[in-house]
Design a protein around this ligand. Structure first.
Ligand code: ACO
Length: 325
């Protein structure tokens, strides 16, 4: 049993089909839906998103990100003893995307399961993996966020379809004698189910209800800004740290205005905010590990830095993880 868990490698993957705002606006215009690069950039900070090809599933994106994370950590697939995939867009109703991904990586035998907390999914999954490592149930975990949100978008609803994209990010989390993950904080409040949901389900061989994403953007915006500050403060308190100890803030990459407002509330200069939402839009559970991997690989984030990861999303769910890289 080890006292701590620590991220030893990161990876990410975006499917090759990239649509700039102008590309998407042109496609939507053919269906009579009007939007513009100017509107999308000004309200969200998003400039492009990636969409997976029809035959590509969440487990494919997740496996690609996981391979890169294992390579970065110097860990072989055969050494992995836990796989957690955070996703709201699994390949099938069951089994889990984690089981399908496990097989694609050539791994067999270790525990593998999905965590469903929408855009807070990666923070939830990392917290669960940390706990399993600290209790001795696992020593080398793959924690993955992977999504094909393009499959659940209503391309006739311009208030939502311009916001989301597909992608995956992954980390290897290993048992460690030194920290590592310093503190975690998770929350949910189911009374807000209706403000962000995909209300449909499968029943009697048919899709029952509407299987496309519905969002009350302004309600989500207001809630997100408040709970992200609360989660960050609670996590810092648990770790005995203050705002000033944060080297980098990596919030869920949904909207630049929510992210900047969170940084301001934590009295962090915007130069400490990791931003990749411009390049891939909101990739739900994949967005935090995508941003983390991008910043690690371009040298922005260095080993030893203190990171605050923050998720918020449907449920309503929210949470934070403070860690030393
Ligand atoms: N292109 C052009 N115009 C648009 C578009 C679009 N894509 N979408 C909406 N509009 C129009 C509206 O019709 C409205 O026009 P009107 O004034 O003539 O009625 C106008 O723009 C303003 O619409 P609002 O909805 O008031 O715009 P708002 O400033 O609230 O921005 C947005 C909308 C971007 C969705 C914002 O509310 C937001 O970011 N909310 C948070 C969403 C979010 O972060 N969700 C993810 C978190 S959880 C998860 O990731 C699953």
């Amino acid at each position: 049993m080890s006292p701590y868990s620590r991220i030893t490698g990161t990876g990410s993957y975006l499917p090759p089909r990239r649509l700039s705002n102008a590309d998407l606006a042109a496609e939507l215009a053919t269906q009579g839906v009007e939007t513009s690069d100017e509107w999308i950039v000004e309200r969200t900070g998003i400039r492009a998103r990636h969409f997976a090809a029809p035959e590509v599933c969440t487990s494919d994106l997740g496996a690609a990100a996981a391979r890169k994370a294992m390579e970065a950590a110097g860990v072989l697939p055969s050494e992995i003893d836990l796989i957690i995939v955070a996703t709201s867009t699994p390949d099938m109703v069951f089994p889990s995307a984690a089981c399908i991904l496990q097989h694609k990586l050539g791994i067999a035998g270790c525990a593998a399961f999905d965590v469903q907390a929408v855009c807070s999914g990666f923070v939830y999954a990392l917290t669960v993996a940390d706990a399993l490592i600290k209790t001795g149930s696992a020593t080398k975990a793959l924690v993955i966020g992977a999504e094909v949100f393009s499959r659940i978008l209503d391309f006739k609803d311009r208030t939502t379809c311009v916001l989301f994209g597909d992608g995956a990010g992954a980390v290897v989390l290993e048992a460690s004698e030194t920290p590592g993950i310093l503190a975690t904080d998770l929350h949910a409040d189911g009374k807000y189910v209706g403000i962000l949901c995909v209300p449909g389900t499968v029943s009697g061989g048919q899709v029952l209800g509407d299987p496309l994403l519905k969002m009350d953007g302004q309600a989500v915006f207001k809630l997100a800004v408040g709970v992200l500050e609360d989660a960050a403060r609670a996590t810092l308190a648990k770790a005995g740290k203050t705002d000033a100890d944060i080297d980098w803030l990596i919030p869920h990459q949904a909207n630049i205005r929510i992210m900047q407002s969170t940084a301001k509330k934590l009295k962090l200069p915007l130069s400490k905010l990791i931003v990749t939402v411009d390049q891939h839009g909101n990739t739900s559970a994949a967005s935090i590990p995508l941003a983390l991997d991008t910043a690690v690989r371009n040298g922005t984030i260095q080993k030893g830095d203190t990171l605050m990861l923050e998720g918020v999303g449907g449920g309503f769910t929210w949470g934070a993880v403070l860690l030393n890289l």
